[in-house]
Write a protein that binds this ligand. Structure first.
Ligand code: ZN
Length: 211
């Protein structure tokens, strides 16, 4: 049998001790009651930005979808395998979450690569194709701040890509309708891993502001 890293096995043993061998019947309750998360989060695969850790949530609190650069594709043809879209559909239509958070972050490798690509699409790569979802954000940043250093361009693109994903969410009728009925709210959050700050997009000021 192939060897799973010992760090992970030891981690599971600690987890099991804490949750299954003590009087903590938390998981038992979750099994009995099923999952009823109120919040769906679209976060990045980046190993440093686990939303449950950053938001200090318990199992059962968040329905989390992670992909490269926390992007949401727009509604489009049903051909292909739409993992992110299918998961969002499940969260909204079956679990009836009340909030969707697009959870972006600083120093995103996917966005950084997109900014450095200069908009040239990489047709030989799944990542290049996927990051095309944020091309409008990249192009708008280059138009508005052409002389800014790479770090600033990336930060602006990380934030604008969140707005692009929020816009794309509204292209799904099963998101748009509950939003318009006040049953579902969309939020853009940006986790600054350098400053340890969480910023929220403010529609009134059109800026990301620290919480
Ligand atoms: Zn990222």
């Amino acid at each position: 049998m192939s060897q799973i890293p010992q760090k992970l096995i030891s981690g599971f043993q600690r987890f099991r001790k804490q949750h299954f061998e003590s009087n903590d019947n938390f998981y038992q309750q979750l099994v009995t009651s099923g999952q009823t998360p109120k919040t769906l989060v679209v976060a990045c695969c980046d190993s440093r930005v686990d939303p449950a850790l950053v938001l200090d949530c318990e199992p059962g609190d968040l329905f989390v979808i992670r992909n490269v650069a926390n992007l949401v594709p727009p509604a489009e043809g049903r051909a292909g395998h739409h993992g992110t879209t299918a998961a969002i559909e499940y969260g909204v239509r079956t679990l009836a979450v009340q909030h969707i958070i697009v959870f972006g972050h600083a120093r995103c490798g996917g966005i950084n690569a997109l900014v450095r690509s200069g908009g040239e699409s990489q047709t030989d790569s799944f990542i290049g194709d996927w990051m095309g979802l944020a091309e409008a954000a990249r192009a708008s940043v280059m138009r508005d701040m052409p002389d800014a250093p790479l770090e600033e361009l990336s930060r602006a693109c990380e934030q604008r890509a969140i707005l692009g994903s929020l816009k794309n969410l509204m292209t799904f009728s099963w998101v748009k309708e509950p939003v318009e009925q006040g049953k579902l709210t969309l939020h853009g959050l940006y986790f600054d891993i350098e400053q340890g700050q969480l910023l929220q997009f403010n529609e009134k000021t059109q800026r990301f502001e620290a919480l």
